[in-house]
Write a protein that binds this ligand. Structure first.
Ligand code: SAM
Length: 436
């Protein structure tokens, strides 16, 4: 029963940050097993609760058993493909097993009610995507919001004033922070729409739109570099916002192909985006004398990502790995800051770890060469000022005698799920010696 007792304490926290909570905890059961059990249970939670209630099992259990523990046991017994409680003999297991037939009957009723053949279908139906809302950006390189919203698929959607109110397909939310960005239900059939097929809309998480917005919010640019571009979300966004030439660098052989495809889909203007298959850190800054703005969104731990797209299921807070990533992140941002006319550099990650975020920012600010050449963090006024979640001030203490809260204002953070999507971090650097 140890597996269940250990899994029990993760139920209350829900899906948010589950992976890191489980993998960072001291457990005697396999973290992989605990994680699988908890996530599968949480995905079906409302259904398991319904079955527990209807079967009346709770009042018949005489031993001490919390609601979370019962949820896990009933999941494994009545909902999981193996249909058994994974433990040796235990009095609580025996008590739950006595209700096996009643639980099975309720599960059958549930399937009939929801018209599904298997319970997995039920989980997929309700949890098709773990993002609370699907964000779509109107790609203004090809279309206007009117072009998109006058199509039959979008006309029928009803407006809501908060993304949290999107509880089912049929609704749309206009974002308060990012222009031309909209939220719909994850089950809205967006990829089947003409607007999607024509490249008039691009699916892009809200926080992932922050870097291009921050680069163009307070500045106009002569030319721009996206240093780490594939698959190209930020590249196409910044091209749409800036209407200037964007150089997009990508060093990975396969990912550069995806980047090229995405850029071709996003614009008919072949001169808008110049894709280069190369290591950005090997570029010569003097070869780009007109570049004034850069986005650096390098490889990171991905700890802010969840859902089926995530490949970080087995990640832990591995300090050695984070240190290596941070060293690379520092190096690539520092390179971006060495471009002769660069006056704004946006650094971002989809990580929630301070090691890859504020600590990299602090190290850049503490770098004498960069400080002397005029690189500072931008003031909050020019960094999505009304966005509530800022950098972690504690991680920015002691930087050149600057006020840590003020520095934190130059950074934005997005909390996974709570802010409507992935966990994200962005910092806006300006060079105070270079005026537009
Ligand atoms: N900005 C992208 C977007 O929004 O679609 C996502 C970028 S992803 C987090 C990081 C990318 O940087 C990966 O495709 C990786 O191959 C690439 N990369 C890492 N190091 C690089 C380097 N030194 N030069 C160019 N690309 C690099």
């Amino acid at each position: 029963m140890k597996l269940y007792f250990e899994a029990e304490k993760f139920i209350k926290g829900g899906l948010s940050g589950l992976q890191s909570r489980v993998f960072q905890a001291k457990l005697s059961s396999s973290p992989k097993h605990v994680y699988a059990l908890v996530i599968n249970t949480l995905k079906l939670k409302p259904y398991i609760e319904e079955v527990i209630k209807k079967s009346g099992i709770q009042k018949d259990i005489k031993r001490k058993c919390s609601a979370s523990l019962l949820l896990l046991l009933v999941y494994d017994l009545a909902f999981s493909p193996q249909g058994r409680i994974q433990s040796g003999k235990h009095p609580l297991k025996d008590e739950v097993l006595r209700h096996k037939t009643r639980l099975a009957a309720e599960v059958t009723r549930l399937k009939i009610k929801h018209k599904v053949k298997s319970l997995t279908e039920l989980a997929t139906e309700e949890n098709d995507d773990e993002t609370p809302v699907r964000w779509i950006r109107v790609n203004t390189l090809k279309a206007t919001p009117d072009d998109v919203f006058n199509t039959a698929e979008f006309k029928k959607l009803e407006s809501v004033s908060r993304w949290q109110d999107i509880k089912a397909p049929g609704y749309i939310y206009t974002d308060d922070y990012i222009e031309n960005l909209y939220g719909v239900h994850p089950r809205e059939r967006i990829t089947e729409s003409e607007a999607y097929k024509n490249g008039h809309i691009i699916i892009q998480d809200r926080a992932s739109c922050f870097p291009a917005h921050l680069l163009c919010q307070a500045d106009t640019h002569d030319e721009i570099i996206d240093a780490t571009a594939a698959p190209g979300n930020k590249t196409t966004h910044v091209a749409a916002l800036s209407r200037t030439l964007v150089y997009a660098f990508e060093r990975d052989d396969n990912r550069v192909k995806t980047l090229k495809m995405m850029c071709q889909r996003a614009t008919d203007n072949k001169d808008a985006i110049h894709v280069t298959h190369a290591d950005f850190t090997a570029t010569k800054p003097e070869d780009f004398p007109n570049v004034t703005g850069l986005i650096v969104d390098p490889s990171c731990s991905g700890s802010g990502i969840f859902g089926r797209g995530s490949n970080n299921q087995e990640q832990t807070h591995d300090e050695g790995r984070l240190a290596k990533l941070a060293a690379f992140q520092f190096k690539i941002v520092k390179h971006a800051m060495s471009f002769p006319k660069a006056r704004r550099v946006i650094y971002s990650t989809c990580s929630v770890h301070a090691e890859e975020n504020e600590q990299v920012v602090a190290e850049l600010l503490n770098d004498r060469e960069l400080w002397e050449s005029g690189w500072r963090l931008e003031k909050r006024d020019n960094v999505l000022s009304t966005w509530p979640h800022r950098g972690l001030a504690d991680e920015l203490k002691g930087v050149h005698g600057c006020d840590a809260d003020e520095l934190a204002g130059g950074c934005v953070r997005a909390t996974p799920k709570e802010d409507g999507g992935i966990g994200f971090f962005a910092a806006s650097f300006v060079n105070v010696t270079r005026k537009p």
